[in-house]
Design a protein around this ligand. Structure first.
Ligand SMILES: [Zn+2]
Length: 169
């Protein structure tokens, strides 16, 4: 790459996080322009891409964009979508692992299946859509957990109950 061209930090072109079409960088700026979704700005300070119109931001891992959430509903919705997708692929989730950077954000939004008891770690008691929730280990800077939002442990089969299907009823 020729540094003299001064492209934004993600290079001369990226995939639009919304529609995935390849969109160009505007040289001498930090901006990428999607014909459908408008301007996205790279922030070299925190490594994020910001959609100027909505204020939504993303981080990138292995060429995939991961939306960074500022409200628990955003994460819950994304996890719900992933559970739904797993089900259509013939799997059931057995556990949800959420990135540790969201622990504080999510703390008031997880279900408590059993009353809290002294000495019982909070993480083992927390559930989301009926599934046990854990948070990712503490991470260093170059770790996918600084970018991705959650991971689902899964096994083949149909869920015995569908606690997370309540939203569809
Ligand atoms: Zn787009």
């Amino acid at each position: 790459m020729n540094p003299g061209l001064q492209y934004p930090m993600f290079g001369s072109e990226i995939q639009c996080p919304h529609c995935r079409q390849t969109i160009p960088a505007l040289t001498l700026t930090d901006t990428y322009l999607c014909s459908r979704h408008g301007a996205f700005e790279a922030n070299p300070k925190n490594g994020e891409l910001v959609h100027l119109q909505s204020g939504r931001n993303w981080r990138r891992w292995n060429n995939e964009w991961y939306r960074q959430h500022t409200h628990p509903d955003g994460i819950r919705f994304e996890i719900h979508e992933a559970l739904d997708k797993l089900y259509t692929q013939g799997y059931r989730a057995t556990r949800v692992i959420i990135a540790r950077r969201y622990q504080e954000l999510m703390s008031g939004y997880l279900e408590r299946s059993t009353p809290w008891r002294a000495g019982q770690p909070e993480a083992t008691a927390a559930r989301l859509y009926g599934l046990p929730v854990e948070f990712s280990p503490d991470t260093s800077e170059d770790d996918c957990w600084e970018v991705i939002n959650f991971d689902l442990e899964k096994e083949p089969g149909v869920p015995v109950r569908y606690p997370y299907f309540r939203l569809f009823e």
